[in-house]
Design a protein around this ligand. Structure first.
Ligand SMILES: [Zn+2]
Length: 401
C-alpha cells in the first residue's frame, strides 16, 4: 500500500504545465514504480490496494476523525456544525449504534472495492475459486473424466477468465489530457446514474417487487429514525446491496463503457469520496476551494436526510431541478440562508423542502393529506420509501391528488 500511496500522481497530471528536471524525474519514478507493481502483482491486488488507499484516506479515516471530534470535544464540534448541537453524531445515536455503523461502512467499502477489482481482473475468480474447487473435485473423483476435455485434457490447466477486464490495468498510461477527460466523463455519468438509482430504485417501491425490497432496506439502513441530521460516517451507511447499486455501480459502469484506465477510476473514486465526505459532514464552513458548491450539496443532503428520502436525490441539485424533485440551485442560493454557510439550520428552499417532507410524514401518520406540485410528489416518494409493504398505493394516491 505504501508504494501505491507514494506514487507521484500529481506530478504526472502536471506534466503539461511543468517541464523542470524534478518533474521529469518524478514522472520517470512514477512510471518505473507503476511498471514494477504490474510485474509483481496481479491486476486484482493493484486495483484493490489502490482503491482501498484512496477510500480510506479520503473518506473512512476523515469520517472516523470527525466522529471522534463529536465525541471528544462536543462543544467545539457543535460550533462548527450548521445545525448546532443536535447535529452531533453522538447526540443522534448511541455509541453501540455508531460502532455498528463504522463496521457497516468498512464492510461496504471492502465489498464495493472487491467488486471493482474483480471487474478489473476477472481472472481472480478462476485463480482463487474455480480452479481450487475444480482441482479438489478432480482429486476426490467427483468431476467426471469426460469433463476434463473442457479444460484441454489437463486436470490443472487454468480456467480462462469469465469475461474480459472492464477496466485497463496496464503499463501504457493515458496522457494527462485523456486521463482528465475520462475522469470528467466518469463523474458526469456517475451523477446521472446515482440520481436514477437513488430516486427510481431506492425511493420508489411501486414499479417492481425488487425495487420494493431494496427501498425497504434503504429506508431501514440508510434512513433510520434516529438519523435526523447528516454526519460524515452516515454517508456510506446503507444495506450492502443498496450501497453497491447507489455508490459503486455508477463508478464502474462509465469506466467499463469507456474501458477506462484504472488510474482514471481511482481518481473518480477519490472525487466521489471527497464529495460524499464534504456534503455529509454538516459543517458550517467548508472552504469553497476544496469542492466548489459544497454548501449547496450540504443543504441537499440535509434536506434528503431530514425528509427521510422525500426529496433531493442528487448531490448538486441539477437533476433534482430538471426532474422536479427539488428546487433549483439558483432558487436555493438566492432564497436560502441556512445550510453550510448560513446562520441557522432551517433556512433556504432546500431546507424548507426537507422540513416539509418531515411534516408530511407526520401528517400521513395522522391520516391527513399532502399537497400537490413537486412537493406533493416529494411527499409521495417519502411514503414510498417508508412503505413497509412495498406496495404501489402510496405513490399512486399522492400523485392522484
Ligand atoms: Zn435515500
Amino acid at each position: 500500500m505504501g508504494a501505491l500511496v507514494s506514487l507521484p500522481l500529481l506530478s504526472y497530471l502536471a506534466l503539461p504545465a511543468l517541464s523542470s528536471w524534478s518533474t521529469s524525474l518524478n514522472i520517470l519514478f512514477f512510471y518505473v514504480t507503476w511498471s514494477t507493481l504490474l510485474w509483481t502483482y496481479h491486476a486484482f491486488s493493484i486495483t484493490f490496494l489502490l482503491l482501498l488507499s484512496v477510500r480510506l484516506l479520503v473518506s473512512f479515516i476523515p469520517s472516523l476523525l470527525l466522529l471522534l471530534l463529536d465525541a471528544a470535544v462536543p462543544s467545539l464540534a457543535a460550533g462548527l456544525k450548521a445545525a448546532g448541537p443536535k447535529a452531533l453524531a453522538t447526540r443522534q445515536m448511541a455509541p453501540a449504534q455508531l460502532a455498528r455503523m463504522a463496521g457497516l461502512v468498512l464492510f461496504n467499502t471492502l465489498f464495493g472495492i472487491t467488486l471493482l477489482s474483480i471487474a478489473a481482473d476477472p481472472g481472480v475468480l478462476s485463480r482463487c475459486i474455480i480452479d481450487p474447487v475444480r482441482a479438489e473435485l478432480l482429486y476426490l473423483g467427483v468431476l467426471k473424466p469426460s469433463l476434463k476435455a473442457r479444460y484441454g485434457g489437463l486436470a490443472l490447466a487454468p480456467t480462462p477468465p469469465l469475461f474480459r477486464p472492464l477496466v485497463r490495468v496496464s503499463a501504457a498510461l493515458p496522457s494527462p489530457y485523456n486521463l482528465l477527460l475520462e475522469v470528467a466523463r466518469g463523474a458526469a455519468l456517475r451523477h446521472v446514474l446515482q440520481y436514477a438509482v437513488h430516486r427510481r430504485v431506492l425511493h420508489d417501491a411501486g414499479w417492481s417487487r425488487w425495487a420494493a425490497a431494496l427501498a425497504r432496506r434503504h429506508a431501514r439502513w440508510a434512513h433510520p429514525a434516529e438519523l435526523s441530521h447528516a454526519f460524515a460516517l452516515a454517508s456510506a451507511a446503507d444495506h450492502p446491496l443498496c450501497h453497491a447499486l447507489h455508490r459503486w455501480l455508477p463508478l464502474l459502469l462509465p469506466a467499463a463503457l469507456a474501458r477506462a484506465h484504472v488510474l482514471a477510476l481511482a481518481l473518480n473514486v477519490a472525487l466521489a469520496a471527497a464529495e460524499e465526505t464534504a456534503a455529509w459532514c454538516g459543517f458550517r464552513y467548508v472552504p469553497g476551494f476544496v469542492l466548489p458548491g459544497v454548501g449547496v450539496a450540504q443543504r441537499r443532503v440535509e434536506a434528503h436526510v431530514e425528509s427521510r428520502g422525500g426529496c433531493c436525490f442528487g448531490t448538486w441539485g441539477v437533476l433534482d431541478w430538471a426532474c422536479g424533485t427539488g428546487p433549483s440551485v439558483v432558487e436555493d442560493v438566492v432564497g436560502g440562508r441556512g445550510g453550510a454557510e448560513g446562520e441557522g439550520d432551517d433556512g433556504g428552499a432546500v431546507a424548507a423542502a426537507g422540513k416539509k417532507g418531515r411534516r408530511a410524514e407526520g401528517r400521513r401518520s395522522a391520516g391527513e393529506e399532502g399537497n400537490g406540485g413537486w412537493k406533493g410528489m416529494v411527499e409521495g416518494t417519502v411514503e414510498d420509501g417508508m412503505d413497509k409493504t412495498g406496495r404501489k398505493k402510496g405513490r399512486g394516491k399522492t400523485k392522484a391528488k
